[in-house]
Structures are given as C-alpha cells and as structure tokens.
Design a protein around this ligand. Sequence first.
Ligand code: KIV
Length: 267
Amino acid sequence: MVNPTPKQDWRERKKRGERITALTAYDYPIGRLLDEIGIDIILVGDSVGMVVLGYEDTTEVTLAEMLHHTRAVARGVKRALLVADMPINTYNDAKQAVQSAHELVQAGAAAVKLEGGASHVAQIRAIVGAGVPVMGHIGMLPQSVRLEGGYKLKGRTPGEVEMLRNDALAVQAAGAFAVVLEIVAKEAARQITSAIEIPTIGIGSGDNCDGQILVTHDLIGLFPWFTPKFVAPEARVADEIRRAAQVFIERTRHGDVKVQEASLPAN
Ligand code: KIV
C-alpha cells in the first residue's frame, strides 16, 4: 500500500492510534531496503553529516550534500514517504526556504523537514503554500548544538513544556503534517502529543509519541564510535564489516583466494 500523502491521512492515522515508523537513509541500498520492508517514512537526515561524512555535528552540512544524498535514496524508494532535511542556513527566511525546498523536491523528496517551532512559522507557511509538505522538528535542535553547548533534554520544567507545546501548536497551525520531538522529557512529549492533531514522531522522547524515528546507523550499529543513550541497537553491522574484512585480509595474505578467476566472454 502506498503511504498517505502528507496532506491527507497522517492525522487520520493518529486518530486511529496507528503508530508511525520512520528511519533515516542516506544512500540507495539502505533506502531501498527500508522501502521494501514497509517503513512509513524515510528521512534523508542531515545526520548524514555525522554518520556518513564524518563531521562533528550537523552544522557543516550543505544543500549540495543533501541534494546528492536525496537523489541516491530517491532512486531506491517507491512506496515510503521520502522526507529530506533542510540543512542549516538554507531556510533563514521564507523566500530562501521555498527555493531550498523546491531543490530538494527536484532531487526526489516528497516532503521536507526543518528545525524550529514558533520562530519558523513564516518559513513553514511559505513552503506549504508553495505545495511542498513540511515536517516540523522541535525540542533538542541539532543545528543549534553549538549555541546550546550540547545535546540537552528539553521539557523538564513547566515553563519549557509550555514553550514546547506552543511550538508544536505553531508548527501545526503553519501547516506541517507531522512534527519530530527530539530528546524531549517523556511526560512533556505525552502532553504535546495529546495537545495537537498532527502526529508527533519521537526520538529519545519516550513511548508516548504517535511514531518513532531513529538514525538507522544507530539502530544497526554502523557507527560504533558513538551511540546515543536512548538507542538500543538491533544489530552490530560494524562488527560484521570488521570480521568480513579481516577474513579477506587473512585469506589474501595466505594466498587463499576463494573467488574464481572471472569468466569473461572471449573476444
Ligand atoms: O537528521 C536526522 O537524522 C534527524 C532525525 C534524527 C530526526 O533529524
């Protein structure tokens, strides 16, 4: 079944209590695998900067890099909703936001995601008005990590909960079809989820959200140097890569080449 377009049915799914599943992809094979197994939403996250490109955080990711990875994932996705992250400094005002969103759509995205709540209503409204569905993102905002001095839990005090609820309502009123809650206290996430009609997609925000998203590299153990505390990896792919490469190195050094000579057609 093809996923609902953002405008139509995500609110209905929330009403029916159907949990929404989302994972990141940055290349063709992972995009295709996730699509084939039936994930609802595939996000080409700007986390690509950290887990693929080796940057310290997401603040160095460029639009050109996001376009490159979005094109690769799009080639493998037929069914899931493909959302592309808008990198930092590509949506500083409404005009720039619409231009950047259009470029991501031309690269194959069906929707875009941007970080910010009430402060970014003009950008969300403009992108949605230009016909591109928007996913909001509130709570801990990775693009602000340097300003904030780290990845900190949000929604611990009544004042913070109130601000987050207002952000969620503002993002909804601006026309977003869903909103990511990143590293928000569990009780705050519950309150926000029940205060709005669009689905909340949690990451490190407990189990009261309408859906969950993770960075796939964290879920499958493909970035072994750092795993966020809230992730329980389901696989150890980095260990498998090390093991297979080690076997290849040993075999090659001992002249034990298992692969037969390629049988190419004779000229
Ligand atoms: O960039 C990303 O991968 C994200 C998700 C973790 C929500 O924004």
